[in-house]
Design a protein around this ligand. Sequence first.
Ligand SMILES: NC(=O)c1ccc[n+]([C@@H]2O[C@H](COP(=O)([O-])OP(=O)(O)OC[C@H]3O[C@@H](n4cnc5c(N)ncnc54)[C@H](OP(=O)(O)O)[C@@H]3O)[C@@H](O)[C@H]2O)c1
Length: 197
Amino acid sequence: MTKVAIWCRHKDDNVIGIGADIPWKVPSDAKKFWQMVAERQIVCGRKTYLSFPQKCLQRQEIIVVTKDENFEVFDEKKHLRVSDLKVFKNWDKDLYIAGGAQIYNAFVAGGVEKLMPEIIVDCVYVGDMLPNLQGEKADISDSIAVMEKKYRQISNTYELDNVLTRIFVRKGEFVDQGVLKHLLNVIENQGQKVVEL
Ligand SMILES: NC(=O)c1ccc[n+]([C@@H]2O[C@H](COP(=O)([O-])OP(=O)(O)OC[C@H]3O[C@@H](n4cnc5c(N)ncnc54)[C@H](OP(=O)(O)O)[C@@H]3O)[C@@H](O)[C@H]2O)c1
């Protein structure tokens, strides 16, 4: 099944978070994310899970990754806790990888690649934020380095509210066309404009 990572990073230093939070407020970017994953399964780390807004948690199917066996999910009907990434080797649904840095780095960058090529992400939906940030930073430089080497851009670059978005797929891998179409629909329905870099 197809695995799609979705992230928005600060372009100059690959920062995706400061402390527990996403350090920018761009409502259209948040809306785009929740539209993209609506009625789909997302995977996130325990820290990102705890940072999601309550109203989004309530409707979203989420797999939260934590080694804490006592960790309690908010909604046992919709949310599942897993402690070992190996469970994703034979997952039978498309997965949307929603962060944070540890989880992107596990699914995209080297850490698991040699052991479990089956769980490596097929496709990355990238948002590039332009403004600079201050504070304690979580960065995904490892994932960006792998993406630049092993993935190729297959969409135009779009812009909305100072966020540049584009889609990458892993070189040599088949990516489900339905998934790609879905990602592009979300971008285009928002009226994002194609830009030249
Ligand atoms: N801009 C974006 O697109 C975006 C998206 C998502 C998140 N973020 C930001 O990213 C930051 C959080 O990232 P983060 O890296 O600190 O935390 P994270 O990836 O959300 O969660 C880390 C936790 O996940 C669990 N975990 C990670 N790898 C695991 C493994 N291999 N096996 C089992 N459990 C594992 C551990 O939980 P336990 O400690 O409980 O074992 C670990 O402490 C926040 O600032 C958030 O706002 C940004």
